[in-house]
Design a protein around this ligand. Sequence first.
Ligand code: FES
Length: 147
Amino acid sequence: MNGETNKLNLSRRQFLILLTHGGWVAALGVLVYQVSRFMGARATRSIPTPLVTAGTLADFPPGSTTYVSEARAWVENHQGNLTALDAVCTHLGCLVQERKTAVPGFHCPCHGSEFGEDGAVEQGPAERPLRPLHIEVTPDDQVVIRT
Ligand code: FES
């Protein structure tokens, strides 16, 4: 490069050092961007809020098993007694489905774990029961789940 085209008056060595450092800065910028994108994606996944109004008491008639997506929970009404179970499988975190057999309970479609209607493990690979959630009915018949 001569003096007319090289207005910064850099030597070849200085130019290459500047170019190399610029490459490192660009690579670092890409890395920071990708990490922040990854962290942002994790933060915006659908995470249930700690307190979910699942509906009114009439939405959960006796004998029913109802999935409440906002809480990721199964709500069961056993003769007027409401219970709620976390629908997240304790094996690797898939959502369990209501078992459509004569014996009530839940089935995990991912690896085949089976849970009783009380959330107890009936068949692995899951080793821990489904997590019970706090559920209550407010004086105005709203069903509230604490996740
Ligand atoms: S995630 Fe449910 S059995 Fe593996």
